[in-house]
Ligand binder design. Structure first.
Ligand code: A2P
Length: 344
């Protein structure tokens, strides 16, 4: 089996390479791709290849995490060249011929990969899906209010680097942080995040639409509807960037058709694959772990049909690279390697 990784040098691509090794993915040959800037560099003993028409054919599986425009331009070419593509960008997620898969939530949808492309969900949506699926199966989800606390690493390595560079200069003057935050914020540069992120909370990430929502927030609505197969799901999303390196958290207020029982809801969450319960789930303590963690599960104060919960997941692992590799494992297990690709 020939496997390609496109975006192999990035934050997610790096974790993909680790996951493939750790999970002993059965590839005979791995070929790494990144931008022209990296072509020729050696990573994991392999020379980074540039994307060219003559370098992208003859693969069985291609894992993409190189941004939406790269996926738009190259995923179909890999598929036409024989590969089943698993794409971590937003480029193909809402295409009706492209399944959007969380491996524990809707694995059977993988059979519908009519373009030879399978999409990996947005990292914030992903972690919310596990507890919501567990509860939806029992009680029927109708509404969710989701407020995210998203890590710098959701913006890739450059997002981590920008936050890291801000910490020491600002920590050196705590008085300024306390007494004149605007001057403190102006001491450091930002271009990846929408404001200085260190010692701060930034309630805007992504591009705004004319309704005042960001594309990141609309992903929470649209991708949740598709993954859970609830086209009418009502979603009120707010996405916020917080000064955490890795690990997205989401406060979810979920409303159901049936009256949820709290003990039974706990049981459903504990029993769900890939999900664990913790009293105080924090992104720092769950960075580097495969499982998604849920806690603070409680009945809403005003609506007995509603539960409030707090979900945390490593955005580079379950939120991205781990789920991508799990999808690739499903492709292998179900005998779909290359089979869904259109003829070249
Ligand atoms: P490079 O390292 O050469 O820039 P991140 O999400 O951490 O920013 O990583 C993005 C990944 O996508 C990197 O591996 C990056 O390679 C790769 N990439 C960015 N632009 C392109 C492109 N136009 N073609 C191929 N790979 C790209």
């Amino acid at each position: 089996m020939r496997l390609a990784i496109v975006g192999a040098t990035g934050a997610v691509g790096t974790v993909m390479r680790e996951q493939l090794r750790k999970r002993a993915f059965p590839a005979d040959e791995v070929v790494l791709f990144a931008s022209e800037r990296s072509a020729g560099k050696v990573v994991d003993g392999l020379t980074i290849q540039p994307l060219r028409d003559d370098t992208v054919t003859g693969f069985d599986i291609a894992l993409f995490s190189a941004g939406g425009s790269t996926s738009k331009a190259w995923a179909e070419k890999f598929a036409a060249g024989g590969a089943t593509v698993v794409d971590n960008s937003s480029a193909w997620r809402m295409d009706p011929d492209v399944p959007l898969i969380v491996s524990e939530v809707n694995p059977d949808a993988i059979e519908d990969a009519r373009k030879g492309i399978i999409a990996n969900p947005n990292c914030t949506t992903m972690v919310a899906m596990l507890p919501l699926k567990a509860l939806h199966d029992r009680y029927g989800l109708t509404d969710m209010v989701a407020t995210s606390f998203q890590a710098a690493g959701g913006a890739g390595q450059k997002g981590i680097d920008e936050l890291a560079a801000q910490i020491a200069p600002l920590a050196a003057d705590v008085d300024l942080l306390v007494n004149d935050g605007a001057t403190a914020a102006a001491k450091v540069e930002h271009s990846v995040h929408n404001a200085t992120l260190a010692f701060n909370v930034v309630p805007l990430l992504g591009d705004l639409d004319d309704q005042g929502y960001t594309d990141e927030e609309m992903k929470l609505q649209n991708e949740s509807r598709k993954i859970l197969s609830i086209p009418q799901l009502r979603v009120s999303p707010t996405c916020v960037r917080v000064p955490v390196m890795v690990g997205h958290a989401i406060a979810v207020r979920a409303t159901f058709t049936k009256l949820p029982d709290l003990d039974e809801a706990h049981e459903a969450l504990v029993a769900f694959p890939g999900l664990v319960l913790d009293d105080v789930p924090t992104p720092l303590e769950w960075a580097g772990r495969d499982e998604t963690v849920v806690g603070r599960v409680r009945r809403d104060l005003s609506d007995p049909h509603t539960l409030n919960l707090f979900v945390v997941g490593d955005n580079l692992l379950k939120g991205a690279a781990l789920n991508t590799v799990q999808i690739a494992e499903l492709v292998v297990d179900r005998g779909l390697v290359g089979s869904a690709a259109p003829a070249a």
